[in-house]
Each structure stands twice: as structure tokens, then as C-alpha cells.
Design a protein around this ligand. Structure first.
Ligand code: CO
Length: 137
């Protein structure tokens, strides 16, 4: 089941400048940065009231974000919804005709498992589903 808006991702050509924009100008706090080799991205997370802004930048100058920046020069990239059962939600959405960009969920930042749906499945918006690791007592 979809639980909440996990993050809003923005593709940025200059990660440090973008961090300054959101941290210094808008006053959000930087929770951390993380490279996600499976997606060829460097990311920065800035939490705000129940969700986060995720800045995404190409890792080593290549990958899907590099292509996006070439074409569009940065901007709103995707919305990510947290799910408590990614397989169940993918199956439910596939039954409704949604198309996904990979056959199965892949490792994302912070130990999550993530999958992206094609923008044509959701009104032109790239949608990510993320399942967080289960908390252990
Ligand atoms: Co994301």
C-alpha cells in the first residue's frame, strides 16, 4: 500500500550550488549525501515535514540524469511514494496497465528497494516506488 510522499526529486547540474539553494536560501537542513551506483547518481537529501527534497546529480557525468540534464537543463525529475509492500503495489499497478522501467525493484539510497514507472503511466510524471528496510527491534 502507498503510505506517503517519500521525496520529490530535482535534477541539478551543480550539486553544491543546489544544496546551497535549498539549505542556505530556503533554510532546509542537509541530512546527507549518498552515491547510488546502480542509478549512476549522486544524491543529497533535505528533509522537510514528513517528506524530503532529493537533489539528483549524475555520478561520473553519465547515466539517466546526465541525459535528462542534456535535454532539459535540470528541473523537477520524479515523485517517490513510499510503499510498505513494493511487489504487491507493482503487481496491482501492472494489472491496471502501468509500465515499469525495470523488471523488478533495485537497490536505492538508504537501503531501500525502488522501481520507476514510465511517465506515460502517470500523467507524464516519472513515479518512483520505494520500500524502506523493515525496522528491527
Ligand atoms: Co528518488
Amino acid at each position: 500500500m502507498i503510505r506517503r510522499l517519500d521525496h520529490v526529486a530535482i535534477a541539478v547540474p551543480d550539486l553544491q550550488r543546489a544544496i546551497a539553494r535549498f539549505a542556505e536560501d530556503l533554510g532546509l537542513s542537509l541530512a546527507g549525501t549518498e552515491d547510488v551506483p546502480t542509478e549512476k547518481t549522486s544524491t543529497a537529501f533535505l528533509p522537510i515535514e514528513g517528506t524530503r527534497i532529493e537533489l539528483v546529480h549524475p555520478m561520473g557525468g553519465e547515466g539517466p540524469i546526465a541525459k535528462y540534464l542534456e535535454k532539459r537543463g535540470g528541473g523537477l525529475h520524479h515523485l517517490c511514494f513510499e510503499t510498505d509492500d513494493i511487489e504487491a503495489d507493482v503487481a496491482k499497478l501492472k494489472a491496471k496497465g502501468w509500465e515499469f522501467l525495470s523488471p523488478a525493484p533495485k537497490p536505492g539510497a538508504h537501503g531501500t528497494r525502488v522501481i520507476f514507472a514510465h511517465p506515460r503511466s502517470c500523467e507524464g510524471v516519472l513515479v518512483e516506488l520505494a520500500e524502506h528496510p523493515k525496522a528491527h527491534a
